[in-house]
Design a binder for this molecule. Structure first.
Ligand SMILES: NC(=O)c1ccc[n+]([C@@H]2O[C@H](COP(=O)([O-])OP(=O)(O)OC[C@H]3O[C@@H](n4cnc5c(N)ncnc54)[C@H](O)[C@@H]3O)[C@@H](O)[C@H]2O)c1
Length: 253
């Protein structure tokens, strides 16, 4: 309880498996949350959390658009007067493939536009706001195991975008942290079951099980607790890490 008391967080992908669970735990730990997703069910999910004692507000929008970030900032400031945490959780996927000659730059661009532009706009709008107001906040970006090592699929948008996110997180530490005291970290999950990716699971579940050292599958709360920690003051000296939440996949032999 109260590990995030006083924090006000924007959480993107809040209607998705990992980030909805993150919103739930943020409420449980005393944070106020601005939940956003393209999926309109985010509104009902926000209401549900408020009925259970949470303090959230929802915005349906495309986080690949700068206007959505401007609207999130406005909503957050109107409702809570302050924003000090951003969890960049929303992402689009590209199906794993070995068929690299069929991958086009358009396919890569489509994924990069959401996964990279959303992070960029979060900096342009919310980081600028924090810097201007001397708020020592934190950003938590989502990389992926596929962005930090070869996971068996060909060059394609998703792993490229996730590798960029890890590098961009490290760049921000070097460019911003000293002057402003703002932290930037990321997660690299693998093999975490979420309901919206059931099709991927049907196709690759056996493969994930085989290549993961732990004998069980990750669940949304495994990601969500890591986010709670990295966004809390318990992690106030943790800056620039890319924490694997993968059952040991990254160090398997
Ligand atoms: N589950 C895993 O094993 C795993 C592995 C590696 C990385 N990740 C990362 O974890 C994060 C959370 O994903 P998840 O596993 O919960 O998947 P998910 O599919 O349950 O959630 C993703 C959410 O992002 C939303 N979204 C997509 N595009 C959007 C846009 N343009 N604007 C607003 N919302 C948008 C979707 O509607 C969805 O609700 C993602 O960044 C994902 O890449 C997950």
């Amino acid at each position: 309880m109260d590990r995030l008391k006083g924090k006000v967080a924007i959480i993107t992908g809040a209607a998705g498996g990992s980030c909805y669970k993150t919103c739930e735990l943020f409420c449980q730990e005393g944070a106020k949350v601005i939940m956003t997703d393209l999926d309109p069910s985010v509104e009902e999910l926000s209401k549900g959390l408020n009925e259970k004692g949470g303090d959230t507000v929802a915005l349906v929008g495309d986080i690949a658009q700068k206007d959505t970030w401007v609207a999130l900032k406005k909503l957050g400031l109107e409702k809570f007067g302050y924003i000090d945490t951003v969890v960049n959780g929303a992402a689009v996927f590209s199906p794993p493939t070995h068929d690299w000659p069929t991958i086009t730059s358009e396919m890569i661009e489509k994924v990069m536009r959401v996964n990279i532009d959303s992070m960029l706009y979060s900096y342009q709008v919310i980081l600028r706001y924090m810097m201007k107001n001397h708020i020592r906040g934190s950003f938590l970006n989502f990389s992926s195991a596929s962005g930090v090592g070869y996971n068996g699929s060909a060059v394609q948008g998703y792993p490229l975008s996730k590798a960029c996110i890890k590098l961009a997180t490290e760049n921000m530490v070097n460019q911003v942290s000293k002057k402003y005291g703002i932290r930037f970290n990321c997660l690299a999950p693998n093999n975490v079951w979420v309901p919206k990716q059931e099709d991927v699971w049907k196709q690759f579940g056996d493969h994930f099980a085989e290549v993961t050292p732990l004998p069980y599958t990750g669940m949304p709360e495994d990601i969500a607790w890591a986010v709670v920690y990295l966004c809390s003051d318990e992690a106030k000296y943790i800056n620039g890490v890319c924490l694997a939440v993968d059952g040991g996949w990254a160090v398997r032999h």
